[in-house]
Ligand binder design. Structure first.
Ligand SMILES: [Zn+2]
Ligand SMILES: [Zn+2]
Ligand SMILES: [Zn+2]
Length: 432
């Protein structure tokens, strides 16, 4: 089958990918395994380092005590990728390098292994942009520290790194600083079915994809395998785009994040028209400003799993300032989502369902195209309704989730298989 995408020079953006043919919404365009990937340190104890599945109990590598696996099969399969890493990890115990340093090391190991050299890539690591020349000095210093960490980490296995990466390594590894900069600009966050971050990976061909705040494609993962799918109908030669960031935010926020993290100014249509900004900041500014100002503290509580305090703070804010602010307001929406999260963790199911249901019309409004975040939110609410034995409501919400997830994930994705089972359960219970 001829590929549905090809590399091209995108006007004003450098390299890009475009469609070679007309593509329907929901079409799978490309699937690929990473050149290298690693589990995020913060979930390293909960996720298999081979297949990225979550388990209550995992086998631990007896040598580095860091890597964990579902079973002996996953451990054996992982060994060729883990062997060198394992020695490096042991050499710097009890320290654990950051995710980007561990990923950079895995990229070097992959490139050192000729059996794994990948000639089919549309974009080599050599060509990846590091943005070092345009980077603010402070950021460059941060990356230099990571580069030094990488050299210390790799000393055991790749002593050449310190000697300006001599012939032992493919040229594409470049200098440690260059490699670290390329990794941080080009790697993708690997997420699980609930869209929780579980790792990072480099998928060289797909680094060519440019950003749009209203993209025509999405990336979803199955383990570490990345699928690129169309979420709108695409014309031949039209550029393929994804969003590098969460798009449910104000134009100014998105642009700042894109500039800080990816070093470009977004000039997409959504940024141009600032279409949803006014509605996202609807209501009395003096009132919603209090919600906005409370968010960073609440995010800290959420990150620290302080669910009871988070629940009380959200309830207080939502009943005081929140009651005068329309649901469409972005800060109120974020607050409601956090209240939902807290209620779920504390097992207050009725309360969680109320918060969740409140967010759904707003999600629908802010995600005009099928979007994984919207689909997963619907599924979350549907499961709550199902648990409360509101079977008809649950079935309706599952159906809405299905309409989105069949496009973004495809009907073969395990998440959608799970969804179909839930829908069957609802139908069966209604027949009873
Ligand atoms: Zn596994
Ligand atoms: Zn190990
Ligand atoms: Zn934009």
């Amino acid at each position: 089958m001829a590929p549905m995408l090809e590399r091209f020079a995108s006007p004003g953006k450098g390299n890009g990918l475009r469609a070679t043919t007309a593509i329907k919404s929901g079409k799978l365009l490309f699937s690929t395994d990473p050149l290298a990937s690693c589990v995020s340190t913060k979930v390293a104890k909960d996720v298999c380092h081979r297949c990225f599945a979550r388990h209550e109990t995992l086998l631990r590598c007896s040598q580095c005590k860091m890597a964990r696996y579902c079973n002996i099969t996953c451990q054996k399969q992982a060994w060729s990728d883990h062997k060198r890493e394992c020695k490096c990890l042991q050499s710097i115990l009890p320290r654990i390098p950051t995710d980007s340093v561990r990923l950079a090391a895995r990229i070097i190991f992959a490139l050192m292994n000729p059996a794994k050299s990948r000639t089919e890539e549309l974009y080599s690591l050599n060509e990846h942009e590091s943005h070092l020349s345009s980077m603010p000095e402070q950021k460059k210093q941060g990356l230099s520290q990571l580069a030094s960490m990488l050299e210390i980490y790799l000393q055991q296995e790749v002593p050449e790194l310190a000697l300006e990466m001599t012939s032992a390594l493919p040229q594409s590894c470049g200098q440690p600083l260059d490699l670290i900069a390329k990794v941080t600009c080009n790697c993708f966050t690997i997420s699980d079915g609930e869209l929780q971050e579980i790792g990072v990976g480099l998928y060289p061909s797909l680094s060519l994809l440019n950003h749009d705040c209203r993209p025509n494609c999405v990336m979803v993962f199955e383990g570490t395998k990345l699928h690129l799918r169309a979420v709108r109908d695409i014309k031949p030669t039209e550029e393929l785009t994804i969003s590098y960031i969460e798009t449910l935010s104000l134009t100014e926020e998105r642009q700042k994040q894109l500039e800080d993290q990816y070093h470009f100014t977004c000039r997409c249509q959504k940024c141009d028209s600032q279409d949803t900004d006014t509605i996202m900041e609807s209501g009395e500014q003096a009132t919603w400003q209090k919600l906005m100002e409370a968010l960073p503290k609440l995010e800290e509580l959420q990150a620290a799993s302080e669910w009871q305090t988070l629940r009380e703070s959200c309830a207080r804010l939502l009943s005081a300032e929140g009651s005068d602010v329309p649901d469409e307001n972005l800060y109120k929406l974020r607050l409601t989502d956090m209240a939902l999260d807290a209620a779920v963790h504390l097992g207050h199911w009725e309360e969680a369902t109320t918060h969740g249901e409140r967010t759904l019309p707003i999600y629908r409004r802010y995600y005009p195209d099928p979007h994984p975040v919207h689909g997963v939110q619907l599924m979350r609410v549907a499961k709550l309704q199902h648990y409360l034995e509101r079977i008809q409501d649950a079935l309706n919400t599952f159906k809405q989730a299905f309409e989105i997830l069949k496009i973004t994930h495809g009907i073969d994705h395990p998440l959608v298989a799970d969804l179909l089972v839930k829908m069957e359960e609802c139908r069966f219970e209604m027949d009873q």
